[in-house]
Ligand binder design. Sequence first.
Ligand code: HH2
Length: 273
Amino acid sequence: MGIVNVTPDSFADGGRFLAPDAAYAHALALAAEGADLIDVGAESTRPGSGGVSVAEEQDRLLPVLERLLKDPPCPVSVDTAKPEVAETALALGAHVINDVTGLAAGPGVAQVCARYGAGLVLVHMRGTPATMQVAPHYDDVLGEVRQELAAAVALAEGAGVPPEAICVDPGIGFGKTPTHNLTLLKRLDALAPLGRAVLVGPSRKSFIGALLDLPPTDRLEGTLAACVAAVLSGAHILRVHDVAAVRRAVRVAEAIRDAPGDGVEATASGPGP
Ligand code: HH2
């Protein structure tokens, strides 16, 4: 899933793709790099951000979605927690809604998805972007994230979204310390009992900055490591800024994951080392 932030203030690329032409061109470029899904968002949810109005979010999104959905290069998801924005996006032909609040405000976004037959990403978040990084605490981060996502899944299904249309995301950086993020990336298999595809978004996030002491623009290698670890622990979809690089890293990681583990040659293989 390639990221297109139509925002002035996103933590990694704020302002670069605020102009509709730039956002549209970036979406096409990410699809050409091999993205299977493009995620367009118009509200930054970085820690401390206060949010934008429905009108502002629509004003940013619509010119981009109108162009992108005329002849979409791949399915398009829209990163919003507002039912009104979700409705407008789906009416234009968007395929998936990515709700980083995991239906915190109620089933509204899920009801809209059910009506349009759209996919729904439910992300785990504790608190709101304004408050979520103020002393996050869990007694059992894996169990609590799984339980809270299970409640969101039940809410979505109750609103009429079919089980196979829902995917879950542990919400890297959304009300988590760096250690919580590392534990979640290491143990994505803990979400397997939910029976949904697992999406995860570690791209350029601050836990990488904390480990390497580098700004968002210099976090590619850290992102690749996090994505590889996520694939090995059970991720199905990766939300990233750097699609081409992540695709390459993941192809190798998947080949290693799927290689015979017992040293016995199952099929004829190529040359040696
Ligand atoms: N993270 C961000 C936004 N949307 N969606 C999902 N499903 N998972 C995530 O981890 C996720 C997300 C935050 O990253 P970004 O869009 O790059 O920045 P900002 O919120 O500052 O626009």
